[in-house]
Write a protein that binds this ligand. Sequence first.
Ligand SMILES: Nc1ncnc2c1ncn2[C@@H]1O[C@H](COP(=O)(O)OP(=O)(O)O)[C@@H](O)[C@H]1O
Ligand SMILES: [Mg+2]
Length: 227
Amino acid sequence: MTVLEAQNLTKTYAIGDRQIPVLGDVSFSVSAGEFLVVAGASGSGKTTLLTLLSGLDRPTAGSVWIEGTDITHLSEDELAPFRNETMGFVFQSFHLVPSLNALENVMFPAELRKDPDAPKKAASLMERVGLSDRRDNFPHQLSGGEKQRVALCRALINDPRIIFADEPTGNLDSENSAAILKLMLDLREERGATLVMVTHSPEIAATADRTITLTDGRITGEQRHAA
Ligand SMILES: Nc1ncnc2c1ncn2[C@@H]1O[C@H](COP(=O)(O)OP(=O)(O)O)[C@@H](O)[C@H]1O
Ligand SMILES: [Mg+2]
């Protein structure tokens, strides 16, 4: 079953009167439960592609279908709850809210949808990633690896069908990278979620089901990995 489909995605940024083409005619689909890696050199359009797939920005042309919904035609008011309930996000630089403690950061997406079980779910996820004793700490009191574990809990609290991760281990040392990656893969499997991850790491790509490679905003390679 296809959960995510990019159809002829094109993105052009306008800077003054200059048009900068960043993605051109990108099409592919992702199956339920698949782990897809997006690879490519810096500047090749990976982050732009993820922002379009996740509805954080809109394409210049083309469309994104998620579980049968064309998100490019949703209004902002429809898109925000759709994203919150369907997708989780993990970023290279964590993007935690500095004024909220770890538990509050994790609960945030669940509170947006007024989930009465938000505190319970958040506590249970934090236990799962080994951060039970860090609940009351604020982001500045946490190491990079701890921050990314908090961000991972936040990404998972609404039990999203799709997890987007943009170089999630890019700011971590090799030990923390390996730990975060293992957690992401284990949690994805436990929950049966689809994972779309931008990464430069060949080791991570080797654990994926499939890698697509971008060059100058176009798909120039696709590789399936043996199970
Ligand atoms: N908001 C923006 N305005 C103008 N150009 C942008 C913007 N965001 C990204 N770009 C340009 O688009 C290209 C692709 O960027 P990006 O998607 O961040 O690549 P990657 O994640 O693969 O490094 C780069 O040349 C970048 O400078
Ligand atoms: Mg990027």
